[in-house]
Design a protein around this ligand. Structure first.
Ligand code: GDG
Length: 490
């Protein structure tokens, strides 16, 4: 560790490595997401610890020893928080995924406000906080991730453990009228204000949060109007910031240029007879707007029949939360819709929708990005949406068009050069795709090169730096506004 650097402690629901049982043997698989890529060097350099659940719920398993080898290789420590099946059910599947996830995505009718979930959420948060207290010291910086662990700072304080804490919410923060539906709204807001820094994806999310804070604590005053502001509530103060997450641009751009990926890209275009490829890539989740997107493609083919035989819509849906009934129903709904639209329009030699329900290896995904003429990224609501950014980074020909939901956090940064749509407006999405289909090359290049420039500069490393700087720095002027605010500013 470099002298003078504070140790970084990352706390998240899952560790950056997952335990999997293959036959009788447990193996450790490293996580591959952008967050791990960005945080790993910082953790190595500062000396760090990642605290989270390993994914195993067998009480007899010696998880710590299984992770030892991984820790040694990764160059930072991993500490696991053991959870029982019951705890996972209440805290993870229950409170996190059946209450906070739908509510914060404006889908309150999907919430199940079961009081037992709340108790389990508190118990597990306490368990996490105990581990954080045990494995850290007062000089460390604690960075907590996401909605599963909102009560970390609250419990650390209640144990009398003094730490410098930051929290980043990866999902949106809803407007007060939606947030008010949460039976535990006051406790959640209060717990969020216990962190020293609270980070959001966009200025709009932060504005929503501040309005909720001021509703419950009218004495709170806001200072500053940049990307990071100070909130004073009597003698206590904390910071709130907007830090739009991003991707490792070079990783995607380099991969798209690798010889075998270039060949795979060409093979994909060949297989689809050089028709224009419209691409959707999502975890199979009801927030991502997949059924609406398929209906928009149907509308496209009805309204613009000259496109029949000239486009292919490729939807990659990665299995997610497969044990949950609602996700099974969504899968069935999509199967049905794909079948209907294909049944309605296909003719010999052409099927409009190619639907893949599985996870692709990273390089194959990049080949799809590079081959696609149009990316259709139309979530009903999304914290950021990394697919929008990955598509741009991998689109090395700079001739692709990004059609983006105005309800994705990414829209705040990308609105000037993406084609913004309302995912509920099927006619509007169909018209956008038709326009993108006919757009001339010069115009597409202009837009895509601007988008790529933006993702290249505000990448995942910039994101980590800005958050940590806000966690450590004293001067608010270091944080000018970072994205254009479409609706409202605080
Ligand atoms: C949450 C927030 C926020 C997808 N298909 C494959 C595959 N993927 C990868 C993509 C991308 C990731 O999954 C999806 O990221 P998103 O950002 O779109 O969505 P969430 O999973 O909902 O993430 C979101 C994010 O946190 C970060 O803060 O942006 O708003 O909801 O990276 O590449 N990866 C591989 N094969 C696939 O088939 N290997």
């Amino acid at each position: 560790m470099e002298p003078g650097l504070r140790r970084l402690i990352v706390v998240s629901n899952r560790l950056p490595a997952a335990l999997k049982k293959e036959g009788d043997q447990w193996t450790v698989k490293p996580g591959a997401g952008g967050l791990v890529t960005a945080l790993a060097p910082v953790l190595r350099n500062r000396g760090g610890v990642w605290i989270g659940w390993s994914g195993a719920s067998d009480p007899n398993l010696d998880v710590e020893s299984l992770l030892e080898g991984f820790s040694a290789e990764a160059g930072y420590e991993l500490r696991t928080v053991p959870l029982t099946q019951e705890e996972i059910k209440g805290y993870y599947f229950g409170f996190s995924n059946e209450i906070i996830w739908p509510l914060f995505h404006d889908l309150q009718t999907r919430c199940r406000f079961d009081p037992q979930y709340w108790q389990s959420y508190l118990d597990v948060n306490f368990k996490f906080a105990e581990q954080v207290a045990r494995h850290t010291s007062a000089d460390d910086y604690i960075w907590v991730h996401d909605y599963h662990l909102i009560h970390q700072a609250f419990f650390l304080k209640s144990m009398g453990v003094k730490r410098n804490t930051g929290f980043f919410l990866h999902i949106p923060f809803p407007t007060p009228d939606i947030f008010m539906k949460l039976p535990w709204r006051w406790k959640i807001i209060q717990a969020m204000t216990e962190f020293d820094l609270v980070g959001f994806q966009t200025m709009q999310d932060r504005a929503n949060f501040i309005r909720c804070v001021q509703h419950f604590m009218p004495e709170c005053e806001v200072e500053g109007d940049g990307a990071v502001i100070t909130v004073r509530c009597g003698t206590r103060e904390f910071r709130a910031g907007a830090f739009p997450i991003s991707i490792d641009f070079n990783q995607f751009a380099d991969l798209a240029q690798r010889e075998d990926v270039v060949q795979r890209t060409f093979a994909l275009r060949e297989a689809l007879k050089h028709r224009k490829i419209i691409l959707g890539v999502d975890r199979l989740d009801y927030t991502k707007g997949i059924p609406e997107r398929i209906l928009a493609i149907r509308q496209l083919l009805k309204r613009f029949p000259d496109l029949k035989g000239r486009i292919n819509f490729v939807q990659i849906a990665v299995p997610s939360r497969e044990d949950v009934e609602e996700y099974k129903e969504l899968r069935d709904e999509i199967d049905l819709l794909v079948g209907r639209v294909n049944g309605e329009f296909s003719f010999p030699g052409w099927v409009p929708i190619h639907y893949h329900y599985r996870s692709f290896p990273h390089d194959e995904l990049v080949a799809y990005y590079a081959a696609a003429d149009i990316a259709l990224v139309t979530p009903l609501r999304d914290g950021m949406n990394l697919v929008a950014k990955e598509y741009c980074a991998a689109n090395i020909s700079e001739t692709g068009v990004l059609i983006l939901s105005e309800f994705a956090g990414a829209a705040a940064q990308m609105q000037d050069h993406a084609y913004l749509v309302n995912p509920y407006d099927l006619e509007g999405v169909a018209r956008a795709v038709n326009r993108a289909f006919h757009w001339d090359k010069r115009e597409r290049k202009e837009m895509m090169s601007e988008l790529r420039q933006q993702v290249r500069s505000d990448n995942i490393f910039w994101w980590v730096d800005s958050f940590l700087q806000a966690g450590f720095s004293k001067n608010l002027d270091d944080f000018p506004p970072i994205d254009t605010v479409r609706f409202e500013k605080v």
